[in-house]
Design a protein around this ligand. Sequence first.
Ligand code: PEP
Ligand code: MG
Length: 763
Amino acid sequence: MLMTLKRIVQEVNQVPVLHDALGLLVKRVKEAVEVDSCSIYLADYEQQHFVLSATEGLAREAIGKVSVGFSEGLIGLVGQREEPLNIDDAPSHPRFKQYPEVKEESYHAFLGTPIIHQRKVLGVLTLQQSGSRKFSQDEEAFLVTLAAQIALEIYHANARQLIATEGVVDVKRTQKSVLGIPGSAGLAMGAGFIPDRKVDLQSLVVSRCEDEQTEIATYRQAVQQTREQVAELSGSLEKAIPDDVRAIFQLYHHLLDANSLGREVESKIREGWDAASSLKMVVESYANQFRNMDDPYMQERAIDIIDLSNRILVNMLSMTYGQAFMTRQPEGDCILVAEEISASMLAEFPKQYLRGIISMRGSNNSHAAILARAMGVPAVMGVSNVPMSMLEGKDILLDGYSGEVIVSPGKTIRKEFAQLIQEEQELSVLIDAQADQPSITQDGCEMALFLNAGLSAELEITQQSKGDGVGLFRTEVPFMLRERFPSESEQYELYLSVLRAHSGNAVTMRTLDVGGDKPLPYFPINEENPFLGWRGIRLTLDHPEIFLVQIRAMLRASIEEPNLHIMLPMITSVMEVKEARRLISQAFYEVSEEARAQGKKLEMPKIGVMLEVPAILYQIPHLARKVDFFSVGSNDLTQYLLAVDRNNARVAQLYDSYHPAVLSALNDIIKQSNEHGVPVTVCGELAGEPGGAILLMAMGYRKLSMNAHNLLKVKWVIRSVSLMEAKDLLEEVLTLADPEQVKECINQFLEQMGLGGLVRAGL
Ligand code: PEP
Ligand code: MG
């Protein structure tokens, strides 16, 4: 059964048009289970009904015509109950409703199962048989498994269809929206821009075209160009390649022959598809045939066919869009769209055009989102349900508060957006005007606000507020941007420039925290569970040579500017602190000697640890004796306390620093730290949020560290409230049982204080 299921799903996945794919699916299922009928009804939420979308065994003419209300008949019942329904005699069931157009009079046995994606019923898959019988447990299990497997495809196809309508004939230019995860607050408007666009058949969305002559000519010309490129490539490799690789080039030539691939592609073009879509359809079906062959050598050839076709595709697209196609530069307001936003990508992007960011992968606390927030650029993350290529060049409105991305917007919404953006700008003028004021509440509670820096090298230094120092300098980026570990002197130069930029104020530098979602290109770590793996201090203690070079560079810099604090990430046990301190002492001894030789003196910096792994919360009394300060990493603390990967869009709704368990832990940490007299800062993203900062202040935290952009907002919030009001809010929040209630309560408070514009669009 498993093999049959796999085969069906694989085969169906290759069909690019949803309608055709479902047609094939019901056909294959009917054959495999040997039933009289198999059908799929897809949900239409606007109309509140299911539409018969594919069938083998019911009347074909009814496809797309028959609809069943969400609360009607057996189909409606399956949708409502969200579970399979297996009945031996459907017509005698009280919920049975006859739809004469589908011609199901002769059927009695009925098995229906819902197709569900992320808790939403997308459709119903049914089997029917003329005899009266219960479907077996095996058949039921088969159908449920199949429904679960096709749910994602249907969901993707729906999203794709939403955005792609522009490319399809007869469909007007209409506004569509997709929902991602809010990554960085704010609104933005601009044209979708993919910097390193990788065009391939897989992500291509099929579209129709009437002009068959031009499409055929384009295809033929692209094939000719590809033939020349392949000839050139095989010629240049003539002597260097073994025979089996040469055989691949022969296969390429054969496929490029007009009688092979060409005939079928051209016949698709004549059916009304454009050249690229035709190529995709033909090639995917070929590749699938190869994949299904028994001979592993032939299976591998599927890759060659796809590779070759991608070359043809690139040639075709550059013919249509011109040479600039692959190497355009942004012009005008852009929304940067990428599979995964990286620091280097942002560094290269011309800032004057960057209005917003869409990251296909990642979630609200991925480092890419943290980076976007640090730059004050609105961002939406985890928009994985739309192929990236569909956003290219499209007019986009992006709402970083709600995570909504509106593609090809209508006039009215555009106007509304422009108005809200204008209001945001007015608010930021108000906020900036208080930049030089002290961060002190209405009733005199002083808060020290520090900067989080380092994620984007030079990006944050340009911000106007320097805060009371640096609470977290992430040192990973210089390591990530290179092709090798940076040398001691490269690190020394960088650290010295940071210490100097904040001369007289404390700068807390965190030792290397790679792993998790921050891999090093030249030091691959392949792990099933990177956030639970070799990360932060675990990695650097295993590689003292890397750790020592970094500590030496920091200490040497602090000879010139003695404002350095050193912070250790991902501490799970006291032993790690002991070991790290031993290495730091060793480096201190060496660097002190060097300083003395130059007639200078090195002070021992303060050493602290991040509180971000839950285990350590139970070790605070022991830790307190070993360190000079604590800093709460609420991003990871949330991730580990709630067991939710901060980088996984699928569980993004569960990741929430306002979860009562997280708030309770934070409340506990400040009490314990005060008891043991250890200074403590919060440097996770929560500290930089208006609501988060108020709650932390009410708990007793007096030091918060955040990106420069949020620092001014938080200062504004602190200056607008009193500690008393904040404590009342906290008291109420701590009685609440779920994060949504907590956020609701905070938002009400902010609205009352006239601070609502900080957490939603508009004043
Ligand atoms: C944290 O975990 O809260 C933190 C500040 O560190 P990072 O986000 O870099 O893991
Ligand atoms: Mg962390």
